[in-house]
Design a binder for this molecule. Structure first.
Ligand code: ZL4
Ligand code: CA
Ligand code: ZN
Length: 406
């Protein structure tokens, strides 16, 4: 219907299992797995399935997840539910993993930073184990398509959970599917570049590879001083001076681009293309993993940038044009209708298709919520109706790009 064709000369695979859609983190929790339902409906409504090999994801095994995570944590995640949480917490091997102490702890946290309290970032909810092992399974299947040369680009919009640590859930992330994917890739590729355009710092991935010179991590994120609530923008790490673990061979194999609120398309393009371009030239990766968190879009419920879907997509095209094996993952994204439009648009870009400006909004609930204009960009996939105050000075961006010389 939209003249969708397969890309010429390369193959794209798409990995998904609709069982992830039914999950609820809690009533007003910002992470809404049903944004993946919207994404799927748009992708199928446009006919993009004809441009790719589509795979129904199966759950990752505990053994696969242990390639990065603590064995006790893996067992806990596999067994936990709202009904079993209390009991599991009392078992000595789990109780010994004391909850982390955070200065903002307003809710009771259990072992591994998990909690049944509704105010928690990482709540224990019904069907949670199924959800975690499925999004991980999808990422691992996508990775396998690349490492076995069966696909050139592989996509999992349900993955990209970059905050999870070895034995601790963090920031809506429980299993770090990205780390597990890169560990697999290192069996085949000499060097892997990880790029993260989620509005939050990709701290879990950076930390996992902080001593590893074969993995370069590069995160673009909101970063700044304490806000009026006394918090730093989550997770509060990822300063410009953070370049990997000092005194190890991993030093200089992490890069961070801390960004003030309100950055616009032109400014983001300048930063992203100069820094990502120079990084690829210098590091010469054999494969690229791109975390496409859509909370960097304007109008996001948690994000503070003013990026349109068009520019978000250009970040995907830029690394795609390097012609390297490419894994595209989701991540954050809290204004669901914009998440769906961005990831559908990026599925089209990955398969060399162009969608019309009026991508089928009728497949998405609340069509009246589709708003307004892009700012200065015609009507190409506008992402927002609410502008963030732009605290981003061009002179500061130049400074960050110049730092690359050191
Ligand atoms: C919520 O409404 O900044 C959780 C989290 C639950 C339900 C009702 C409870 C009301 C916003 C966030 C109280 C909520 C207090 N509910 C939550 C320091 C915080 C401690 C927890 O995109 N409170 C912690 C995590 C970030 C903090 C961002 C991004 C993930 C990713 C990849 C993770 N945590 C302050 C907040 C709500 C909630 C409303 C919330 N949590 C917003 N930002 C955070 O990078 C997927
Ligand atoms: Ca980021
Ligand atoms: Zn995020």
């Amino acid at each position: 219907e939209y003249g969708i064709t397969r890309p010429a000369g390369y193959k794209v695979s798409f990995h998904y299992n609709s069982q992830v859609e039914d999950m609820h983190f809690g009533k007003t929790h910002p992470m809404k797995p049903w944004r993946l339902t919207l994404t799927k409906h748009l992708v199928l409504g446009c006919g993009l399935q004809y441009a790719m090999d589509t795979f129904e994801a199966v759950s990752a095994t505990k053994e696969q997840v242990r390639a990065f995570h603590d064995p006790d944590y893996v067992d806990f995640l596999a067994e936990v539910s709202p009904g079993t949480f209390e009991e599991l917490c009392k078992m000595p091997r789990f109780a010994s993993h004391a909850p982390p102490k955070h200065d903002y702890d307003a809710v009771d946290l259990g072992p591994f930073n998990l909690s049944t309290s509704p105010g928690a970032d990482c709540p224990v909810f019904d069907g949670m184990s199924k959800y975690l092992f499925l999004y991980t399974g999808a990422t691992l299947a996508a990775t396998n398509q690349l490492t076995t040369n069966q696909s050139d680009i592989a996509i999992n919009w349900s993955g990209g959970l970059h905050h999870a640590h070895r034995a601790e859930a963090s920031g809506f992330c429980y299993i770090n599917d990205i780390v597990l994917s890169i560990v697999d890739m290192l069996r085949v590729y000499p060097r892997v570049l990880y790029v993260d355009i989620d509005v939050h710092h990709g701290d879990g991935v950076e930390e996992a590879f902080q001593r590893q010179p074969r993995v370069m991590t590069l995160s673009y994120h909101r970063y700044g001083p304490y806000d009026d609530t006394g918090h730093k923008f989550f997770p509060g790490t990822g300063d410009l001076t953070d370049v990997g673990l000092k005194g190890t061979v991993g030093e200089h194999f992490a890069l961070n681009v801390p960004i003030p609120s309100g950055i616009d398309d032109r400014q983001y393009k300048y930063l992203y293309e100069s820094i990502t371009g120079r990084t690829i030239e210098a590091f010469k990766p054999s494969a690229i993993v791109l975390q496409c968190g859509a909370d960097s879009l304007g109008g996001d419920r948690l994000g503070q940038f003013n990026i349109n879907i068009k520019q978000h997509g250009e970040c995907v095209s830029f690394v795609k044009n390097m012609g390297l094996p490419l894994l595209l993952l989701g991540g954050g994204g809290y204004t669901a209708r914009n998440v769906a439009r961005a990831w559908c648009h990026e599925t089209a870009l990955a398969t060399d298709n162009v969608l019309p400006d009026n991508i089928p909004m009728d497949l998405v609930p609340r069509p009246e919520a589709f708003m307004g204009r892009a700012h200065g960009e015609g009507k190409m996939y506008p992402a927002f109706n609410r502008l963030h105050v732009n605290d981003c000075k061009d002179s500061d961006l130049e400074y960050m790009v110049k730092r690359l010389d050191n």
